[in-house]
Ligand binder design. Structure first.
Ligand SMILES: [Fe+2]
Length: 266
């Protein structure tokens, strides 16, 4: 089975290229499950219920997020609407599972693909150079005791490649893949660990590359040169889609292949 993970969708440019390139990517590779990180899908900061549903409509099965999840306050109500309603679309929008207990929403999802393969998705956030949340390693242990699916994909939303790779080794043989998000810079370190876990420390950004990690370069330069606050606006040019394709055995859940993808607009 093939799983596609689309890296951080940034603003309207990111959403546009998903709309343009995702269907052909899914059919060319026979993708059965599509996951994307959508925490920057709304103008580069957060996500709205409307944008989440628009992305589900485009063929994304589950959306993961990270530190920007609460940027658009309305998303809290959407997250809460999934409580007690396992079949709602809102249940497919995740926030990191290691957030303080009582946070709105869920950090994991278990579902079935159209052909009936059971799968689990876990969203975690790192603690190195980020807000201190619960230990993502121990939270993963706890969730893996609950999830019955063999095919399990983890989005580790974190700054440090070391923390993301360490989680890959920690979960070796227990999950299908550990993919990193958050830095918006794709790393060329994709590999399948001997135990059958595919790892890449950052999938990269789906958004405008003529800028600084998605934001207009002039605004970021201004911030570095003056230390003065400025309003960040999404860049617009050189839009690319970064994704990672995982191939796995549905019986064991073990990954058999991993491929990095970067596409430009046509
Ligand atoms: Fe992030």
């Amino acid at each position: 089975m093939r799983i596609l993970f689309v890296g951080d969708i940034f603003g309207r440019p990111g959403r546009s290229i998903v709309q343009e390139r995702l269907p052909e990517l899914q059919s060319a590779h026979g993708v059965e499950l599509t996951i994307a990180n959508g925490e920057n899908a709304a103008g580069g900061f957060g996500i709205t219920s409307q944008i989440a549903e628009e992305l589900f409509e485009l063929g994304i099965d589950v959306l993961t997020t990270g530190n920007h999840i609460w940027d658009k306050r309305e998303i809290i109500e959407y997250m809460n609407s999934a409580n007690g309603n396992e079949t709602s679309l809102a249940r497919r929008l995740l926030r990191p599972a290691n957030y303080p207990s009582g946070s709105p929403g869920f950090g994991w999802y278990q579902g079935r693909t159209r052909s009936g393969v059971e799968y689990g998705i876990i969203n975690l956030q790192g603690r190195v150079f980020m807000a201190s949340n619960d230990d993502p390693f121990r939270v993963a242990d706890t969730l893996l005791r609950q999830i019955t699916a063999k095919v399990i994909l983890v989005d580790m939303h974190a700054e440090a490649t070391s923390e993301k790779l360490a989680l890959g080794w920690y979960l070796e043989g227990r999950v299908t893949a550990v993919l990193g998000t958050h830095t918006h810079v794709p790393t060329a370190d994709e590999q399948v660990l001997r135990g059958g876990t595919a790892v890449q420390t950052d999938v990269g950004m789906t958004g405008p590359f003529e800028g600084v990690i998605g934001v207009q370069k002039e605004l970021i330069l201004q911030r570095f040169l003056t230390n003065m606050p400025s309003r960040f606006e999404p860049a617009t040019n050189d839009v690319r889609l970064c994704a990672t394709l995982i191939e796995c055995d549905v019986e064991t859940g073990h990954a058999t292949g991993i491929q990095r993808i970067m596409l430009r607009q046509k």
